[in-house]
Design a protein around this ligand. Structure first.
Ligand SMILES: Cc1cc2nc3c(=O)[nH]c(=O)nc-3n(C[C@H](O)[C@H](O)[C@H](O)COP(=O)(O)O)c2cc1C
Length: 143
């Protein structure tokens, strides 16, 4: 049995595009070694991240992520056992898209279900990467 989690956190003040690229590079490298998959969506001032993989690897990685000073106020909004992966093609996809960011805010504020956000991220990744990766440069990360 696998485990899938989704958390939403607040990006540390002054998080830059450069910092984001570093986070993703590390995540992709480490996740590939552990056979973890998922997506990191970035909204104004927040991160929403899905991680899926073995119980042990998701647990260990989440603990590491929770101790990272590049973000804070981490809220676990979904934690489910599963037999199948949703993001199996991605060790960690970086997704910057306005609607995803707004949905992440709504999930965080309990105005929408966590599964709505996951469905949205899955649908986005099924589209052309040019569509969901082009927002990075224009995004103001600080809230
Ligand atoms: C928003 C965010 C998402 C992250 N996602 C991952 C991830 O998916 N996998 C991972 O190994 N590290 C991830 N990291 C980085 C970890 O927090 C940690 O810095 C990294 O794994 C290196 O840990 P180590 O120095 O203890 O080896 C993330 C960090 C942040 C701020």
């Amino acid at each position: 049995m696998l485990r899938r989690i989704l958390y939403i956190s607040c990006a540390a003040e002054g998080t830059t595009e450069q910092a984001l690229r570093q986070i993703i590079a590390t995540a992709q490298l480490k996740n590939r070694r552990r056979d973890l998959s998922g997506v990191l969506a970035v909204g104004k001032g927040l991160f929403a991240q899905v991680l899926e993989g073995s119980q042990a690897d998701v647990g260990e990685t989440l603990a590491r992520i929770c101790g990272d000073s590049r973000h804070g106020d981490i809220r676990l909004v979904l934690d489910v056992p599963t037999r199948t992966r949703i993001f199996d093609r991605w060790s960690m996809a970086l997704l910057v898209e306005e609607a995803a960011g707004e949905l992440a805010h709504a999930v965080r504020d309990d105005r929408r279900e966590a599964t709505d956000l996951i469905d949205h991220l899955r649908d986005l990744l099924a589209r052309d990467p040019l569509y969901w990766s082009s927002g990075l440069r224009t995004l103001a990360l600080a809230a």
